[in-house]
Ligand binder design. Structure first.
Ligand SMILES: [Zn+2]
Length: 414
């Protein structure tokens, strides 16, 4: 799989940055050797190829149950009464982009489990009867899906002691905001904070473990819709969310999803130290184009790492996986022309005549991995970039959502 190679190129800048920081601040002790069967960044499949497990080495698990595109004729369409067969558009792509963005920033991988079957064939966010509608092949994919989640849990919990699970979806509701589901209803989220903090409500929450074990000793209500809640951290990055400080609960007449089968099954609501939630993504500005998928995936990756640092581990060094030791050569397909190099005030990028077809998207990052911009490139565009602040930048190229490589552009003024 070529993106393993290319992504390893990409880890270079971050690995150098993080290693310098770690050497100065924390010494050598942060890198964990962790014996495991699964290689982080590699994908593993069930026997039929209906379920994919992208192995990770961070205390993060993401599932994408409603983004599958496979519709084998051998599995009849589900026709159970009242069952939804509508996919969540672009959520498989979003989960993959999230994993790549986390890797780009940290050199580490989250665990990701994809149901690759279309929802007409399998609904991987229901109990088995409704999920598979009695079909044995769909049932075996359902078992594989949850077994891979357990595999991920069994790796990360012994290593980190806790972690975050996200079940990723897309909603078609009118209000364009993220709906974060903690298994609490609209009416429950609207209760007084003092009530939400009682054991009765904490015990119904998918962040039950975190509510009693977080770095700043925040209350359950503060974690749901305080200034440092996940919803508010996302809202501050330009993605409105409920619950959050700025939108603490959905009104009674507004549509809202509060979490489903997977959130209940795999979060600390059941037991244990894996907290979780469902994230239902709106369409506009997030899932409506690959451009927006990549932009949101980048913001979500930063936000989740921030959230883990604030509430779970205290700092990033406590949960990062350790960095690759050999800085590889950095390259980018020569189909992308960049001139001049080095640049002083500005530089120009364009596709060469040999460029492969597809939707080209270019991300521009500063030396520390912060995204400065994201741009679509068509055949005739010459894109002139004037990074602010000026300095050494990294260009990352995606074609049809697949990361193709990266290169650095130096700044030098005579
Ligand atoms: Zn869904």
């Amino acid at each position: 799989m070529h993106d393993c190679y290319l992504l390893s190129l990409q880890s270079y800048s971050y690995s150098m940055t993080f290693r310098l920081l770690f050497l100065v601040l924390f010494g050598f002790g942060v890198c964990n050797a962790f014996a495991q069967t699964y290689v982080p960044g590699e994908s593993y499949f069930d026997g039929n190829g209906y379920v994919e497990y992208l192995a990770g080495n961070l205390p993060i698990i993401i599932t994408a149950p409603h983004g599958g595109l496979l519709a084998p004729a051998s599995i009849p369409d589900r026709d159970c009464a009242g069952c939804s067969v509508v996919n969540d558009f672009n959520t498989q792509e979003l989960a993959r982009a999230f994993a790549q963005a986390v890797h780009a920033r940290t050199g580490c991988w989250p665990h990701v489990i994809f149901n690759k079957l279309h929802r007409r064939k399998l609904d991987a966010n229901r109990d088995i009867a409704e999920a598979a509608d009695g079909n044995p092949a769909a049932e075996s994919a359902w078992y594989a899906f949850h077994a891979f989640v357990e595999t991920a849990k069994n790796q990360l919990l012994p290593q980190f002691g806790k972690g975050l699970y996200i079940d990723l979806h897309g909603h078609g509701h009118a209000i364009q905001r993220l709906e974060l589901g903690y298994l609490l209803s609209k009416a429950e989220l609207a209760l007084q904070d003092a009530t939400l903090n009682t054991p009765f409500y904490v015990d119904q929450s998918s962040i039950r473990h975190l509510a009693g074990n977080n770095v700043q000793s925040l209350s359950h209500a503060e974690l749901l819709h305080g200034s440092q809640s996940l919803g508010e951290l996302l809202a501050q990055r330009g993605y409105p969310a409920t619950p959050s400080e700025s939108d603490p609960f959905p009104d009674a007449d507004e549509d809202y999803f509060n979490g489903g089968y997977n959130t209940a099954r795999h979060s600390s609501y059941q037991n244990g130290a894996l907290d979780g939630l469902q994230i239902e993504c709106n369409r506009n500005g997030i899932r409506d184009s690959m451009h927006n998928v990549l932009r949101f995936a980048d913001s979500l990756s930063v936000t989740v790492m921030d959230y883990l640092g604030r509430h779970f581990f205290g700092s990033a060094d406590a949960f990062l996986c350790g960095m690759s030791s050999t800085p590889p050569e950095v390259s980018l397909p020569d189909q992308l022309l960049v001139f001049p190099q080095p640049y002083c005030y500005q530089f120009t990028v364009k596709k060469s005549r040999q460029a492969p077809p597809g939707n080209w998207t270019l991300g521009v990052y500063d030396f520390f991995g912060n995204m400065l911009g994201i741009h679509d490139l068509d055949d005739d565009t010459e894109l002139t970039l004037n990074p602010s602040p000026p300095g050494h930048v990294w260009l990352v190229l995606w074609v049809d959502g697949e990361m193709m490589g990266m290169r650095s552009i130096f700044r030098f003024c005579r």
